[in-house]
Design a protein around this ligand. Structure first.
Ligand code: ADP
Length: 514
C-alpha cells in the first residue's frame, strides 16, 4: 500500500529514539488517553450547558409571567407613553429589567417601538423579526445567539420569549424578553478549565508513558546486549531475568535455548575431539609400520606381518569412519527406516549364521537358543546391524574357559503391550557396575587397552577390528528408532546379557478366529 510505505519512509527520517517502540507506545498511550479525556470533557460540557438551559427556561417562565402581569396592569398607558428606562414592578418595587436582559416592545405589525437592556437595536430587530408572525397570539420560546458587540467572541446565547399583548381581544403589540442562558459566564470558565486539564493530563501521560514504556522495554535492552556478546566460541552468557512476566518468559526461553545450543556445541566439540583421538592411534600404527618396513631390506615374512598390521588398522579406520557417518546421519535425521513385517527370530538366526565363522575364529561357541516366531515391524538391515554389534561384542569380550555366546528370543507381556525380546548372553569377563550407566555413550570404552590387545590379527583371518566405543551407541539408536530399548545386565567374572525389547505386532483375536 503506497500510503503505508510513505508513512514508513516518513518514519525513517526521524531520529532513532522517535522510531523506538518506547516512543511509539507512549504516543499511542497519549493518543488513546487524549481521545478518552476529550470525549469525557465534551460530555461534561454539554451536560453543564443542558443544565443551564433548563434553569434558564424556568427562570424565563417566571420573568415572562411577571412582565405579562406588569403589562396587563399598565395597560394602554404603557403603549401611549413608552418609557426609555424600563420601569420597576409597581407592587414589589423590584427592577423588571435585570442585568444582561433584553426587553423589546413591538407594534402589531412587528415594528420595534422600544428596546431595553444589553443588545443594540439591530440585534433586537433581528430577534423580533425571527419570532414575529402576523397574527401570532401564543407565546414562543427559542434559544438564539445574540451579538452583544462586534465579532464572534461577543455573541452570547439567549433564551427568548415572544408573546402578544392583547386588549379587548385585540392584539395591541408584542413583547420580547431574552435572558442570558449563562449569565455568570460559567461555560467559558469551564471550557478554559477543561482545556487546561486536557493539556496537563496529556503532558503527564506523555512523560509517564515514556517512562513506563522505557521501564517495560529495559529487559529487551538486556536481552539485546547479551545476545550481542554471545559469540560462536562463548555461549556461556545468560540473561538470568528474574521477572515473572512475558519478557521474563522470553528471556528464560532464550536462556534455555542457549543451554541446548551450548550442550549441542559441547557434544559436537567432544565428538570431534574423540573421533580424532580414536583415529590417531591406527594412523600412528600405520605410519610406524610403514616407516619400519621401509627403513631397510626386510624378509618377505616381515613385509607380510607389516602389511597385516596395516590392513588391520585400515579395517579399524574404515569401520570407525562408517560408524561416524552413520551417527552423523542419525543426528541429522537423515535415516529413513524401511519398515516391513519381520520375524525377530528370523533376523537373529541370520546374524548367528553370519557370525558363526567369526566365533569359530575366536574360539567361541556361538549358539541360538529358543527362537519362536515373533512378528515385528522393522528395517531388516538396521536390525541386523544392531544385533551384529551386540554379538560381535559378546564374541570379542568373551574369554576364559569354554567361551560361549547364546542368542535367544521370546516375548514379554507388559501391562500396555506385548514385547518381543532378543538376548545376547555371554559368559565372558562381565562389566563392572560403575561402567554400566555410560556403556551406551559415544566413544565410551570400559578398557580401551584391552579392546585393542585382544584384537591382534596376527594369527587370525577372521577378526573384529578394534572398536571406538560407538557400536553400542548405534545399537541403542536403532532399538529406539524402532520404539524399543536396550538393557544390560552384567556380573564381573560371570558374563553379560544384552537384551533388546521391541514392540510386537499382535494379531487381533477376531482375525485369529477368522
Ligand atoms: P566397541 O566398538 O569399542 O566395542 P561398544 O560401544 O560396542 O564399543 O562397547 C562399549 C564398551 O562396552 C566396550 O569397549 C566394552 O568395554 C564394553 N562391552 C560391550 N559389550 C560387552 C560384553 N559383551 N562384555 C563385556 N564388555 C562389553
Amino acid at each position: 500500500m503506497p500510503v503505508f510505505r510513505t508513512f514508513k519512509l516518513w518514519l525513517k527520517r526521524f531520529p532513532p529514539v522517535l522510531r523506538s517502540i518506547r516512543f511509539r507506545l507512549a504516543v499511542w498511550f497519549v493518543f488513546i488517553l487524549g481521545v478518552v479525556v476529550v470525549l469525557f470533557s465534551a460530555f461534561i460540557y454539554t451536560r453543564q450547558l443542558q443544565d443551564l438551559r433548563l434553569i434558564a427556561i424556568s427562570r424565563l417562565e417566571m420573568r415572562s409571567q411577571r412582565l405579562r402581569a406588569f403589562l396587563r396592569f399598565s395597560g394602554q398607558e404603557f403603549f401611549n407613553n413608552v418609557p426609555s428606562h424600563f420601569p420597576s414592578d409597581p407592587l414589589s418595587g423590584e427592577s423588571l429589567l435585570q442585568e444582561g436582559d433584553i426587553l423589546a416592545l413591538a407594534a402589531p405589525d412587528g415594528q420595534v417601538l422600544q428596546s431595553w437592556g444589553a443588545a443594540d437595536a439591530q440585534a433586537v430587530n433581528l430577534l423580533v423579526t425571527q419570532q414575529y408572525k402576523p397574527g401570532i397570539s401564543s407565546e414562543s420560546f427559542s434559544f438564539e445567539r445574540v451579538p452583544l458587540g462586534p465579532g464572534e467572541k461577543n455573541q452570547k446565547e439567549y433564551l427568548t420569549a415572544f408573546f402578544a399583548i392583547s386588549s379587548d381581544e385585540r392584539v395591541v403589540g408584542y413583547f420580547l424578553v431574552g435572558i442570558p442562558v449563562d449569565p455568570a459566564n460559567q461555560m467559558s470558565r469551564l471550557l478554559v478549565s477543561l482545556t487546561l486539564g486536557i493539556i496537563l493530563t496529556l503532558v503527564i501521560a506523555l512523560v509517564g508513558g515514556f517512562w513506563l514504556a522505557d521501564r517495560a522495554m529495559r529487559p529487551v535492552k538486556i536481552i539485546t546486549q547479551t545476545a550481542q556478546t554471545i559469540s560462536d566460541t562463548d555461549l556461556s552468557r545468560r540473561m538470568h531475568l528474574a521477572q515473572k512476566d512475558e519478557l521474563g518468559e522470553l528471556a528464560n526461553t532464550f536462556d534455555e535455548m542457549l543451554n541446548r545450543l551450548q550442550s549441542a556445541f559441547e557434544r559436537q566439540r567432544q565428538f570431534t575431539a574423540d573421533a580424532s583421538h580414536e583415529l590417531r592411534t591406527p594412523l600412528t600404527i600405520v605410519d610406524l609400520e610403514t616407516s619400519r618396513a621401509l627403513e631397510a631390506q626386510r624378509s618377505s615374512q616381515e613385509y607380510e606381518r607389516a602389511l597385516k598390521v596395516i590392513h588391520s588398522e585400515n579395517q579399524t579406520m574404515i569401520r570407525m569412519v562408517n560408524q561416524l557417518l552413520m551417527l552423523a546421519r542419525m543426528d541429522a535425521g537423515r535415516i529413513n527406516l524401511q519398515k516391513e513385517d519381520l520375524d525377530l527370530s528370523d533376523v537373529s538366526l541370520e546374524v548367528v549364521e553370519r557370525l558363526a565363522p567369526l566365533a569359530v575364529a575366536h574360539g567361541v561357541r556361538l549358539s541360538a537358543g529358543e527362537l519362536p516366531e515373533l512378528p515385528i515391524a522393522g528395517d531388516r538391515q538396521y536390525l541386523v546391524q544392531m544385533l551384529t554389534n551386540l554379538v560381535e561384542n559378546a564374541i570379542k569380550y568373551t574369554c576364559g574357559e569354554g567361551p560361549h555366546v547364546q542368542v535367544e528370543t521370546g516375548s514379554l507381556n507388559t501391562e500396555q503391550e506385548v514385547q518381543a525380546f532378543v538376548r545376547v548372553i555371554d559368559n565372558g569377563a562381565g562389566i563392572p557396575p560403575e561402567h554400566l550407566p555410560h556403556l551406551f555413550d559415544r566413544f565410551y570404552q570400559v578398557d580401551e587397552a584391552r579392546a585393542r590387545q585382544e584384537d591382534s590379527p596376527d594369527s587370525r583371518d577372521e577378526y573384529i577390528p578394534s572398536g571406538a566405543g560407538l557400536g553400542l551407541a548405534i545399537a541403542q539408536w536403532i532399538a529406539r528408532a524402532h520404539g524399543g530399548e536396550i538393557d544390560v545386565r552384567s556380573e564381573v567374572g560371570k558374563g553379560s546379557v544384552f537384551e533388546v525389547t521391541l514392540p510386537m505386532i499382535v494379531e487381533l483375536e477376531s482375525t485369529q478366529a477368522g
